[in-house]
Design a protein around this ligand. Structure first.
Ligand SMILES: [Zn+2]
Length: 302
C-alpha cells in the first residue's frame, strides 16, 4: 500500500499499522499448550494421527504426502507422511513448515519431543486457522514434516515432489522453549534478504527481541535453501539461553564461555528432558502471532 507522494517513512508506518491492526483472533498460550499435551510422549505415527485430528477439529482436511524413506537405520519406517494444509489459491506458494516427528533416543524410547518440535507443530495448526481469515495473494501451504530427525527426509521429499519455481518463500519453525528471543538464520545463507527484512519488521512491530544467527542449527529449511527458495528458520528460547547459544555457535574460542560449556538447549532436546514443562505458553502464543504476521508481510512483499 503506497500512496502517491507519500514519504517512505510514512509508508512503513502504514505497513506496520496494517500488521498491528490484525483482528484479535490470536489463540491464548494455554489452549496451545493444551493441544501440545495431546501429542507429547506419543510414538510418531500417533503424533501424526493426533495432529490430523487437531487439524480436522478446526475444519481442515489435510492432505497426506506419503513418501519413501531412503534411510536404513534406527528402525526408521519404510515410508513417512507429511501433513499438508493448503489455503487459498494464487500462482505462487508461501510454505510454513515444522517437523512433527520426535527423535528415538539411544535407549530406543521416543523423546517427548515437546520443545523439539511438538510445540511448533501445534502452533502451525493455529497459524493455518488464523491465516484462513486473511485474503492473501499467495497460496499458503502449512506443512508438518515427518522424519526430520533422521536427516530432513520429509522436507527433502516435499521439495522433490513440488514445482519449486512456484514456491516464493519458506518459513520453518523448529524449537519453542522459554518466552524470550526469536532466533533466526542461518543468515550466512544467501538469497534470503527479503525474508529476513520481513521478519525484522514483524519483530519491531510485535516488540519481540529477535537475533540473527549467521551459524544456525540445521532443520527443514535446508532442502529449500538447496533448491534456491528464499527461507528462514526460527525458534524462541529464553533470553539468556539465546545469547549463550549465539556465542556458542558464532564465536567459538572467543565467546568467554567455559571451555566445557554446553548450551541448555543441547542438554534438553533429543533427551528425556524435552518435556512440556520446558515449553512456555506465552512463547507459543507469541510465535503464533509472529509467524502469522510474517506470512502476511511476505505476502505483500514478494
Ligand atoms: Zn527439531
Amino acid at each position: 500500500m503506497r500512496m502517491q507522494g507519500m514519504p517512505a517513512g510514512l509508508a512503513l508506518l502504514l505497513v506496520s499499522s496494517t500488521l498491528l491492526a490484525q483482528p484479535a483472533i490470536a489463540p491464548d498460550g494455554d489452549s496451545l499448550r493444551a493441544d501440545l499435551a495431546r501429542i507429547v510422549g506419543l510414538e510418531n505415527d500417533q503424533r501424526a494421527e493426533t495432529l490430523l485430528r487437531i487439524f480436522r477439529e478446526r475444519g481442515f482436511d489435510p492432505e497426506i504426502g506419503e513418501f519413501q524413506n531412503p534411510a536404513r537405520f534406527r528402525n526408521s519406517p519404510a515410508t513417512g507422511r507429511n501433513l499438508i494444509v493448503t489455503l487459498g489459491e494464487g500462482d505462487r506458494d508461501i510454505v510454513v513448515g515444522a517437523h512433527y516427528d520426535a527423535i528415538l533416543m539411544r535407549d530406543g524410547r521416543i523423546s517427548d519431543g515437546a520443545v523439539d518440535n511438538g510445540a511448533s507443530s501445534v502452533i502451525l495448526t493455529r497459524v493455518a486457522e488464523s491465516l484462513r481469515r486473511h485474503a492473501l495473494k499467495h497460496r499458503i501451504r502449512v506443512v508438518l514434516f515427518d522424519l526430520e530427525e533422521i536427516g530432513l527426509i520429509g522436507s527433502r521429499a516435499y521439495v522433490q515432489s513440488e514445482d519449486t519455481s512456484r514456491i516464493a518463500a519458506m518459513v520453518n519453525v523448529d524449537v519453542i522453549a522459554g518466552d524470550g528471543v526469536i532466533m533466526f538464520g542461518p543468515t550466512s545463507h544467501e538469497g534470503n534478504e527479503a525474508v529476513y527484512r520481513s521478519l525484522r519488521l514483524v519483530c519491531a512491530v510485535k516488540a519481540i527481541s529477535c537475533a540473527d544467527f549467521p551459524v544456525y542449527p540445521s532443520s527443514d529449511d535446508r532442502p529449500f535453501q538447496a533448491a534456491g527458495i528464499p527461507n528462514v528458520s526460527l525458534a524462541m528460547i529464553g533470553a539468556v539461553s539465546s545469547h549463550e547459544f549465539w556465542l556458542f555457535l558464532n564465536a567459538p574460542g572467543q565467546s568467554g564461555l567455559r571451555r566445557d560449556f554446553v548450551p541448555d538447549l543441547r542438554r534438553i532436546i533429543h533427551t528425556k528432558e524435552d518435556t512440556i514443562e520446558r515449553v512456555d505458553a506465552t512463547a507459543m502464543a507469541r510465535v503464533h502471532d509472529a509467524v502469522v504476521a510474517l506470512v502476511v508481510e511476505l505476502d505483500g512483499a514478494l
